[in-house]
Write a protein that binds this ligand. Sequence first.
Ligand code: HEC
Length: 291
Amino acid sequence: MTRLKYFLILMCLVFFSMTLQASPKSDLKLFQKYFKERFPKVRFKVYQDGIYALDADRRAAWADWVDFAPPYSDGLEFGKKLFYKKFKNGKTLSSCFRNGGIGIRHRFPYFDKKLGKVVTLELAINNCRTKNKEKKLKWKKGKLAAVSAYMASTASGKKLKTKIGQDEGALAAYKRGKQHFYMKRGQLNFSCADCHVFNSGNMARGNLLSPALGHVTHFPVWRKQWAIQSEAQGKRGPNRGFGTLHRRYAGCNKNIRAKPYKAQSDEYTSLEYFQSYMSTGLKVNGPGLRQ
Ligand code: HEC
């Protein structure tokens, strides 16, 4: 083969790997640019606040609620206790994590090459329990959500660190999440993007639709509606009201009459991975407070 041929093959390879590399990055640029143009007056960092980034009146009432009477205080305390509670073998949840689990929420989710899957914070918490021969906690609410909320609170103000990189598995997970986000589904035939990108800031059945930019920063969330549901079921524990991101995903899937996936299924961890990457540059501010 001539040198020129070698050179051309090499250039093809370089270009190919560059396009693979560039794709999540260019997605990210376009995604964030879209919101900048749709809401020119909204400052980037405020997207962490969901609908309250878009509506001044609602924001004022919400800010009072957060400042004067955050209803999740007891739940956070409860989460902290569980975080340091000894397992039968004497270890704790805290002992599984770097830096004792303090200030690390922004590093999740990440793609674990050895496991070949996306690891969310909730998955890591339950992996820690099974590693120490304890039972898994239920995924979407209750104790797990309270621990996760406590961990989030210790990482407040840290920028999300989700990376995609060049690993094939990581890219595949990213693409699966992206596909879920843009694909129309359910009897109502809506995609996530229909509501949270193209109609963000508009109303849907009395609800203001939040921008997808910033969707992940404040989870787990304490929701009044979730607290009311728990109370109706006779549950009065301090952790009532908390829900994980996957609880929310399931709710949004159900609202459009699509069958929800299981919490921590590859489908939802991939969606979380995609959504977290799209919020690159924003800071952790969980637990969030929502109606
Ligand atoms: C028919 C419109 C609709 C569709 C489709 C929809 N959602 Fe939602 N979603 C809502 C409404 C309404 C709320 C509550 C108001 C808000 O925060 O946007 C909400 C809330 C959320 C929240 C919480 C936002 C916050 O600040 O706490 C997340 C995250 C979310 N949706 C993600 C998704 C994802 C991911 C999909 C696709 C699987 C999806 N939604 C599909 C209507 C929709």
